[in-house]
Design a protein around this ligand. Structure first.
Ligand code: HH2
Length: 279
């Protein structure tokens, strides 16, 4: 059982989570870290650049992505996790599968990032609870294959918050320590461009749940669309940094990003100006 301090103590605002996608088909990188040696080197570089967490994932969840089987997901992530033992940053496993999480935690991961918020695999909550790991619960409307077809909300901030409140209760009921849980509005997961920006603008609605918030806007297509390309499938680093700093100013604690150095530098400068509290 891991003995971990509360999540906001380990990861004070603002902290950066670097993305290590061990996939051939992630939306913005298309396989740059598909080979384990490349993924391990990328994670080490991100750590040197100031990432507090590296998030290792073996399944793309981009709009339209097909699911990956258990054996293939294990084959992708296990060699990377083995290669990261002793890393200065916290290792997070981006998975919805209990067995992937279990083996990752055995190899030294300390956080489980589940885009299904424990709805994908009935055994995942128990695995996280037994290990005493950190957990990120993310909102998604629909499922990756179809989620961008026609997302609808009456009030996106209120609906996302009430979903996450319910999932937080379910996680705690299953034995996960509430102090180790963070919440994520799930930018791009069943949301229009307007929904995504409104969620960051109204982050206070999510913060009312009393848990640290993680935001993953990095390179997402809404940024490219905001800048005038209606068919964009990605967004620029500069736009990602801009929205990331704004999210932290609105109260986000952790940013999930591809470009660690740029975000760390921007947050350091913004923090020298903005009053983000003593943390
Ligand atoms: N976004 C992606 C994947 N996992 N996890 C959390 N908690 N929040 C997010 O916003 C989030 C996530 C999608 O981005 P990426 O990993 O870059 O791409 P892909 O899913 O295509 O591998």
């Amino acid at each position: 059982m891991l003995e971990l301090e509360p999540i906001e103590q380990r990861f004070p605002r603002p902290s950066v989570m670097g993305i290590v996608n061990v996939t051939p088909d992630s939306f913005s990188e298309r396989g740059v870290n598909f080979r384990p040696e490349r993924a391990i080197a990328a994670a080490r570089t991100m750590t040197g650049e100031g990432a507090a967490i590296v998030d290792v994932g073996g399944e793309s969840t981009r709009p339209g992505a097909e699911a990956v089987g258990l054996e293939e997901e294990l084959r992708r992530v296990l060699p990377v996790l083995e290669g990261l033992s002793g890393l200065a940053a916290t290792v997070s496993i981006d998975t919805a599968k209990a067995e992937v999480a279990r083996q990752a935690l055995e190899l030294g991961a300390e956080m489980v990032n589940d885009v299904t918020a424990l709805r994908g695999d009935p055994d995942l909550a128990g695995v996280v609870a037994d290990a005493g790991a950190y957990l990120c619960l993310m909102h998604m409307q629909g499922e990756p294959r179809t989620m961008q077809a026609d997302p609808r909300y009456d009030d996106v901030a209120v609906e996302v918050a009430s979903f996450l409140e319910e999932r937080l209760e379910a996680a705690v009921e299953a034995g996960v320590n509430e102090e180790r849980i963070c919440l994520d509005p799930g930018i791009g997961f069943g949301k229009t461009v307007e929904h995504n920006f409104e969620l960051v603008r109204r982050l206070d609605v999510l913060l009312e749940l009393g848990r640290p918030v993680l935001v993953g806007f990095s390179r997402k297509s809404s940024l490219g669309r905001l800048l005038g390309d209606p068919d964009a499938t990605t967004g620029s680093t500069a736009a990602s940094v801009g929205v990331g700093v704004a999210a932290c100013a609105r109260g986000a604690t952790i940013l999930r990003v591809h470009d660690v150095r740029e975000h760390v530098e921007a947050l350091t400068a913004a923090r020298a100006v903005l009053d983000w509290g003593s943390q």
